[in-house]
Ligand binder design. Structure first.
Ligand code: ADP
Ligand code: MG
Length: 479
């Protein structure tokens, strides 16, 4: 540990921050990271106090409430000179275009300038001097990615139904399917389709008021309303909305009060003939921790899933993205990638970006199969290895002579808890799963996984026989 701190002294504060960001992304997952942490930037460091800027007071408070302890801990560990981490709001006069590069300002302007009493931001937060309305409103409507349009969405067998449903909802003035519920595994296009709907309506029917937000933001707004005893204003915000879109509804699992509120909002919008569009990582029936009555509402319209991609679609997507990036992608390279990188579209895109960047850096070096294999070495190796959490659980359980069931149970006896921690540690090391994803496999949350990983890291240093066990398990899993 001391060694690591020493090493890190050589890194600049900005490099350290980059590293911290990567770690935070891993720990909290991409959605939370993109929403709350990515827009932060370092402002200054003096006298042991690190000042970090948030673009709005709203975000500053959220970050303080949810992430500041962790940021402080990681940083302290990396750089013992840092005694305190402080969050400040960036000067509004100089909006950070970087942080909000995708923010849909015209949509924001439209909403901000709607002077009706029911306007989204009218009185609600003005009454509450803690949040300046202009700041808060900016974040109320999530940023829309201008690249996420219907035109840019490649349609294939696995997603044509979801695409058709999304398109239909976007183009119909009268509510057709209500609610539209989209679900799929990660990185398969839910958010893309949702943004496409919002942007389509905005262009073709600008009088309709569309609100898109993540379930996490919905939750945050609600919790805040409760805190300031302002739930009436909260409800009011949604009343004039024509189309309400909430992404990643699974985030509301086990948040009963928020679910109740959502249920209420949902019903009143439905009764008023407004369109609701939702997404989640599972079908309504399979969502854990969501109340039965809400599930049945979620099921009451059209439920459309996006299935894992097939080879053809992956090929189509690669060609389309290559064209957009202005690179020429030989067919054999495209086929190679489409074959190898099948987990999700985000990864597929990532691989293409890496190849493109590489070719551009070497002033237009031709993209070939050899070069691709070379550039993507690490990625391909980890895909080839393809160790799954299930395998890890099975192997580790066998090794310690317990059952996989016991490993996933709530039992805390040492002979069960230790193997469980080791399995979590190996899952973090050998797979590209995030901490929350690993946690789910063990029926635990991400903090438990984080703790387990650290614990095992410590034990490896202290306990030679345990280190040997872990090593031998790792070897057997890697083969
Ligand atoms: P999800 O919300 O389901 O996790 P996203 O919508 O964020 O997935 O998609 C991940 C990435 O893959 C995005 O960059 C998106 O543009 C891209 N993508 C997904 N599906 C398609 C598709 N059918 N055509 C083109 N790009 C796609
Ligand atoms: Mg998404």
């Amino acid at each position: 540990m001391a060694e690591e701190a020493l090493y890190n002294e050589d890194l600049s504060i900005h490099d350290q921050w980059d590293e911290i960001c990567s770690q935070l992304k891993m720990e909290f997952g991409e959605t939370a990271f993109d929403s709350w942490l990515k827009p932060l930037s370092i402002s200054s460091f003096d006298n042991g106090v690190m000042n970090i800027c948030a673009p709005t007071a709203f975000m500053k408070n959220w970050v303080i409430a949810h992430y500041s302890d962790r940021i402080h801990k990681i940083w302290e560990h990396k750089n013992p000179e840092i005694k305190k981490v402080q969050f400040v709001v960036q000067n509004i006069a100089a909006p950070s275009t970087q942080s909000f590069s995708h923010s849909d300002t015209s949509l924001l302007k439209k909403i901000k300038s709607t002077p009706t009493p029911q306007s989204l931001y009218g009185l609600n937060y003005a009454a509450n001097s803690f949040y300046a309305p202009s700041e808060d409103s900016e974040y109320f409507v999530s940023k829309l990615n201008p690249a996420y349009t219907f035109e840019n969405f490649v349609v294939g067998k696995t997603n044509e139904f979801a695409y058709a449903a999304a398109h239909k909802v976007a183009e119909s003035r009268n509510v057709s399917f209500n609610p539209l519920f989209l679900y799929s595994g990660v990185g398969l296009g839910k958010t893309h389709l949702m943004h496409a709907i919002a942007q389509y309506i905005k262009t073709n029917d600008p009088t309709r008021q569309v609100v898109y937000l993540s379930a996490e933001q919905f939750l945050y707004k609600f919790v805040n309303a409760l805190r300031y005893k302002d739930t009436a204003a909260f409800k009011e915000q949604f009343r004039s909305v024509d189309v309400l879109m909430i992404d990643d509804v699974q985030f509301l699992a086990n948040k009963e009060k928020t679910q109740d509120e959502f249920f209420y909002t949902f019903n009143s919008l439905m009764e008023g003939g407004r369109q609701i569009i939702l997404s989640a990582d599972k079908s309504p029936n399979d969502l854990d921790g969501i109340e039965t009555r809400l599930k049945s509402r979620l099921n009451s319209g059209l439920v459309a899933d996006i299935m894992p991609t097939d080879f053809e679609l992956r090929l189509g997507i690669l060609h389309q993205k290559a064209q957009q990036m202005g690179i020429s992608l030989p067919q054999n390279v495209a086929e190679f990638l489409a074959q190898k990188i099948s987990a999700n579209i985000r990864e597929l895109e990532g691989s293409l970006k890496r190849i493109a960047a590489h070719s551009q850096l070497l002033s237009g070096r031709e993209i070939t199969l050899d070069m691709t294999q070379d550039v993507l070495k690490d990625m391909l190796r980890s895909i080839d290895r393809k160790t799954t959490i299930d395998e890890i659980q099975k192997k580790v359980a066998e090794y310690f002579n317990i059952s996989v069931k016991e490993m996933q149970s709530s039992r805390r006896a040492r002979n069960v808890a230790r193997p469980r921690q080791i399995a979590m540690y190996l899952a973090k090391q050998l797979t590209s799963r995030s901490l929350p994803e690993i946690g789910r496999k063990f029926d635990r949350d991400h903090t438990t996984v984080m703790h387990a990983v650290r614990k095992v890291e410590e034990l490896i240093l202290e306990d030679a026989s345990l280190a040997e066990n872990v090593e031998s398990l790792r070897r057997s899993l890697e083969n």
